[in-house]
Ligand binder design. Sequence first.
Ligand code: PLP
Length: 486
Amino acid sequence: MHFTQVASPSAMPRDKLSPMPLTYLVSLHRSGCDVMKAPIATHVLPAHASFDSGELVIAGISATELAKKFGTPAFIIDEGDFNARARAFNTALKNAMGDRAGHCYYAAKAFISVEVAKWVNAAGLSLDVCTGGELEVALAAGFPPSRIEFHGNNKSVQEISRAIDVGVSHIVADSEIEIERINEIAGKRGVKQKILIRITPGVEAHTHQYIATAHEDVKFGFSIASGAAMKALSLAKSSANIEVAGVHFHIGSQITGLEGFDLAIARTIEFLAEVKQEISEELAELVIGGGFAIAYLDTDQTIDAKQVIEHLAGIVKEECAKAGLAVPLLSIEPGRAIVGPTTVTLYEVGTVKSVELEQGSRNYIAVDGGMSDNIRTSLYDAQYSVALANRISTSSTRASRVVGKHCESGDIIIRDCELPADIQPGDLLVTPATGAYGRSMASNYNHLPRPPVIAVRDGRARVIVRRENYSDLLSLEVASEVASEE
Ligand code: PLP
């Protein structure tokens, strides 16, 4: 099955169905030759964003107002859209699995803050964290530990201890050393900790190699094919302070087709059948990770949560029937597909420079952020759309490249695009779909303070993560005493 191009109707206000006036968008095809002048497609923007008034407006607030009030660069998150997308996945799982629905975990790594953790909790989802830091954010938000799953391929003794002390529901074990650690720490506390064994079903997900996670030569999990998964399971089963709840896999991120999931589910259920033979027990839980793709370009497809989860649930039931197994409790871990499309980054243009090339020239448009707020272009060759956000230009377009302010020539946000030739310092640019792995992967490279996150809803905007400042950066410095002459 392939994802179909449908913007979830439930998350889409009626006004988004009308055609939008032309602004300038660049579909960032690497060749640079198939870029086209077009409005940013509705399905790439947050649900309550549009260019209807001639400039970008999100939840009733214009880009100019947002920039004036909160400065740039800034991440603007459409709170209503986040809630709708989170609830859509949760409902889809419940409807598709009925009493076999496990947890719909929101993957905190995509983006988490105390406020976002509160939204996730209010929407009734569970939370997947993969470090002690993410766990602390969840706890600070009052997120119930009984709905927290703890991941990571190298969890420290302190992290495991804290997770067990606060009572997280599941820890996902990623190595034999971790199984031993969990067993020992749980033993000292006199508890039996529920774990999931992370397995690698040997699937090559169709995505960038750095975000594919379930082939054989990878740091995550235990291979089914090599026998490591069965060995880990036996170790865990023989550990007095561990309860093996089930197995977990996650095949990668930004996966555009479901074939990889289908295969991973089939191999995992085959493995569960072998487990049954080996230990005469059926494992009760199966987590199939996240990884559902979102649209970054107008030509990208977007997914319908209901359709995708119904399909995957169907495969699980079908494979269990074939293997003669009871259907396990099924859990999912979407991150990007919930938060990614809800957020845009607003930048202000600082300089514009025309660079002569062998064939023609290119406008280098430098904005006030860069690889410190969006590393994905440099890291994964990710492609984004971009548009002028504060006005409509009637100018012709020019081959352009949107770059940041860092001291790296690889500091590129959008490699090849067409933007109006009259873009000038002070103009605002918007890059949509930056909610996932944008602010969460942000750094202080070149000592740039990280941008704020502004939540917008029903004509109101509020800061949910404030902008860093130079004092924040300097507050980490421990100056050594200057040695005096005497
Ligand atoms: N679960 C696990 C174990 C992951 O590693 C990730 C991301 O890498 C996710 C869920 C979320 O993936 P996505 O944001 O693509 O849905």
